[in-house]
Design a protein around this ligand. Sequence first.
Ligand code: COA
Length: 159
Amino acid sequence: MGSAGSPAQQGLTAAGRFAALQVADLEAVVTVERRSFANPWSVEELGWAVQEKSGLCMGLWVEEELIGYGIGQTEEGLFHLASLAIAPAWCQQGWGGRLLQELLSQARRRGCKGCRLEVRMGNRAALSLYRYWAFREEGRLAKFYTRPVEDGLVMYREL
Ligand SMILES: CC(C)(COP(=O)(O)OP(=O)(O)OC[C@H]1O[C@@H](n2cnc3c(N)ncnc32)[C@H](O)[C@@H]1OP(=O)(O)O)[C@@H](O)C(=O)NCCC(=O)NCCS
């Protein structure tokens, strides 16, 4: 993913549309979340992010379907990416990379100089995605995740 003509990019057959998430989109976000995570957040738990001024929350639509989202917060020049997912049927076609790039450019526009996130140690797809897009491991958080209990990796890249 990333270089022109990679298999993932050739798989981008439909045009995607990015937009800031609104409260009205949260039901669709939770639908994607439930398919993507063992411990999905609820609409109420996601509400803060789309309503806070510091929230940076983007949705990705293909036609009328929300196929992915990213949720985070910008604070003191740092973008903390709290959640990112692409609906399983749309994975490994380059959408995750495109969404990540969109989020990072929005953060840059807000004046952020870096992006930090946490990821499960065993999440191969996410680790490959973040490593590909130049995130580097900063540290390890013992038993950071529950259900199932797992260590987290802290990853960071400059913007
Ligand atoms: C992580 C996630 C967002 C990636 O989305 P995606 O649309 O599949 O990502 P892309 O197609 O842009 O893939 C980019 C690269 O990531 C890596 N990747 C993606 N899926 C992968 C998989 N299942 N196994 C290994 N590497 C994978 C590859 O390096 C890929 O490049 P390639 O397709 O050229 O091999 C998606 O798998 C997802 O939503 N997972 C569930 C939720 C989640 O774990 N979110 C991250 C929480 S920190």
